[in-house]
Design a protein around this ligand. Structure first.
Ligand code: 0RA
Length: 652
């Protein structure tokens, strides 16, 4: 409960409103504390805060459609068809309940609707917080045949709630303009919103969520728009994530039940690949650090499959010991639980701590999986065979790992021969460049600042870990070199594939490749490796991509590096047109065409360079995208690249 709610109410309206303003002032003073950050993430978080309230209304059973619109001016409108925020007079606060909801911090909790609050973790701070961070906000409530309205500026009401019309619908409509004096980024990214809204639709079967972008029309003259709706919930969600992977059996093992008063929904699918992709949610929040629900799931999966394999005598001829991890190779699952009073722990407050959830999920998954295996002996055998194969491969991997560790004793400080290390030893200050090719690697070694910049040249394309067994990955020289250079040990399979991430020797790992399709492919391979093997590196914000220029334009003494065709054209237009003058542009097809000084100036010097930080905005979507990019299917990949590629037109 916030302070102003604890404060005694002396009936003094103005004293009361001053307290309210102080609450919202706190949000404006430290916005990052409330919404994460004031850049892209926080900007999009505003939308989720508003949508969450409508989802609460859907969970309570009164709303089945939410419409999100990005308006021409980058304001956002969220409209739902719920009961509408109550507008009656609030005795304690001496104002309309609507005004309280919009202006009192944490007022959301005041409406006890007996449902599971969607909000949780670090954020979930409610509509008043969005209001405080908006230069303008308009709320309309459709209720009792009327339309009620109130507007605000940086959270302060411009007038009392008033009736502005009549309507036979019910619902709530919110429009807000993120405050440009607070946010460093104010342009919404359609894809970021779409990924989260799609996820929400899967997590809340039967709820229709639409997204429309009114900023531009596409070729057919319509606004870009998507409808997210899932009849089958998580069952469809795993199918979506798995759509580019080769299925092991084609079945989705689906559980939708309630244990000890906790609603539990789980969908499980096996593929022929080698990674484990389990996405877990508590009250619609992605718990990236896992927690008790995930532990319960894993425990039940291991126990049930092991018992089935033993009872059916499938393990008799198997020589190797089967471990927990073997049951999860090629496993994709989504777990969603609703917990009335979730306790979130961990570094990013995305780890569920409630102990009672472990047993509930364990029981639910154990029962359902036992039934499935008994009823589907053919599929059960295929799954157990895969587990046995995984165990066998794991033993081979252990041997390979022991080889690696013997060859390059990490405790003894043995570093890869190709690494040109930096002299500073403070990881916070140090950068490792992963460079495409020995030749560019050589240039980078000359051009770098050797105090804090280390160079590791990589030979062409590194192994696609999406398609390789773990022990194969460990046998690859390039992958071993990356592990060794980073200083992290290759983990045991039991926990994570990168143990002791705290030993990491660089807090900036920068992928530097040619600005062409091959370079991008290498970027993707390296990102896939980190995403699957050391996601902590990405989660901590340590992974970056360098952006070398495409052109050096010269006219007389004027020189300018250009990163896009448009920049180059502008240079030509400014310093004299004509094809002849375009010949004065030097084209860089690869890093190797720059000399050491040029590479330093444009791509490596912290004062001039532009690094793109890699982050996992939405883990389930990233899982889908990586498997699609690295998978067999050409169609969706081409589509994705055509839609997202931004290379200049370089004829190879
Ligand atoms: C509290 C009580 C009732 C509805 C809501 C809150 C509500 C809040 C939001 C926020 C966005 N959309 C919303 N829709 C509903 C129900 C009051 C009643 O009719 O009894």
């Amino acid at each position: 409960m916030s302070e102003e709610q604890n404060a005694p109410n002396n009936g003094n309206y103005s004293a009361n409103s001053i307290q309210v303003l102080e609450g919202l002032e706190a949000v404006r003073k430290r916005p990052a504390m409330y919404i994460g950050d004031i850049s892209v993430k926080g900007l999009h978080h505003l939308v989720y805060e508003i949508v969450d309230n409508s989802i609460d209304e859907a969970l309570a059973g009164y709303c089945d459609h939410i419409e999100v619109t990005i308006n021409e001016d980058n304001s956002i409108t969220v409209q739902d068809n719920g009961r509408g925020i109550p507008v009656d007079y609030h005795e304690k606060e001496q104002k309309s309940a609507l005004e309280v909801a919009m202006t009192v911090l944490h007022a959301g909790g005041k409406f006890d609707k007996g449902s599971y609050k969607v909000s949780g973790g670090l954020h979930g701070v409610g509509m008043s917080c969005v209001n405080a961070l908006s230069s303008h906000m308009t709320t309309q409530v459709f209720r009792d045949g009327k339309i009620y309205q109130q507007e605000y500026e940086i959270g302060k009401p411009l007038y009392d709630v008033k009736v502005v019309g009549s309507s036979d619908h019910t619902g709530t409509r919110q429009q807000f303009w993120p405050d440009a004096t607070i946010f460093t980024e104010t342009v919404y990214d359609y894809k970021i919103l779409a990924a989260r809204l799609r996820e929400l639709a899967y997590l809340n079967a039967g709820l229709r969520i639409s997204l429309t972008d009114r900023r531009e029309v596409n070729e057919d003259g319509n606004f870009r728009s998507d409808q997210f709706y899932s009849q089958d919930g998580l069952r469809e969600f795993v199918r979506y994530i798995e759509s580019s992977r080769e299925h092991l059996t084609g079945d989705v093992i689906y559980i939708n039940t309630e244990k000890q008063g906790i609603p539990i929904e789980v969908a499980i699918m096996y593929n022929t690949g080698f990674s484990e992709n389990v996405h877990s949610y508590v009250n619609n929040i992605n718990t990236i650090e896992g927690g008790t629900h995930l532990s319960g799931f894993r425990r039940a999966l291991t126990r049930t499959l092991k018992k089935y394999a033993e009872d059916s005598k499938m393990l008799e001829k198997v020589k190797v010991e089967i471990a927990g991890d073997d049951f999860r190779e090629g496993l994709t699952a989504v777990i969603s639980v609703k917990v009335a009073e979730p306790q979130f722990e961990g570094q990013t407050k995305t780890k569920l701590g409630n102990n009672e959830v472990m047993g509930a999920v364990d029981q639910a998954v154990g029962e359902a999986l036992t039934n499935y295996l008994e009823e589907h002996p053919k599929e059960a055998k295929i799954i157990v065979d895969k587990v046995i194969l995984a165990a066998t491969a794991r033993h081979a991997a252990r041997k390979a790992r022991e080889m690696v560790q013997r060859k390059s004793p990490m405790s003894g400080g043995g570093l890869p021969g190709k690494l040109a290390d930096c002299s500073d030893k403070d990881p916070v200050k140090c950068e490792l460049f992963l460079v495409e090719g020995d030749s560019a690697g050589g240039t980078a070694k000359q051009g770098r600042n050797r105090l804090y910049q280390a160079i590791l040249p990589l030979r062409g394309k590194i192994l696609n870990v999406e398609k390789a067994m773990y022990h194969k990955a460990l046998e690859s020289d390039e992958i071993r070199n990356i592990y060794t250079a980073l200083g992290v040990t290759i983990g045991t399979e039991e926990d994570s594939k990168a143990a002791n991430i705290d030993k990491l020797r660089y807090h900036k790992i920068i992928i530097m490749t040619d600005a062409d399709v091959d370079g991008s492919h290498i970027d993707t391979l390296i990102m896939t490796f980190f995403f699957r093997y050391m996601p902590q590196i990405i989660q901590n914000g340590y992974l970056y991509i360098a952006t070398p220029p495409l052109y050096l334009c010269k006219k007389g003494k004027t020189e300018e590096y250009c990163w896009t065709d448009a920049q180059r054209q502008k240079f030509i237009d400014t310093y004299g047109g004509g094809q002849e003058n375009a010949v004065h542009t030097q084209r860089y097809k690869g890093l190797g065409e720059m000399n050491a000084q040029q590479l330093w100036e444009t791509t490596m010097d912290p004062d001039n360079r532009m690094l793109k930080q890699v982050n996992i905005d939405n883990a389930a979507e990233a899982d889908y995208v990586f498997s699609m990019l690295m998978g067999e299917d050409v169609g969706p990949r081409r589509e994705f690249i055509e839609e997202n590629a931004t290379y200049a037109n370089i004829d190879a």
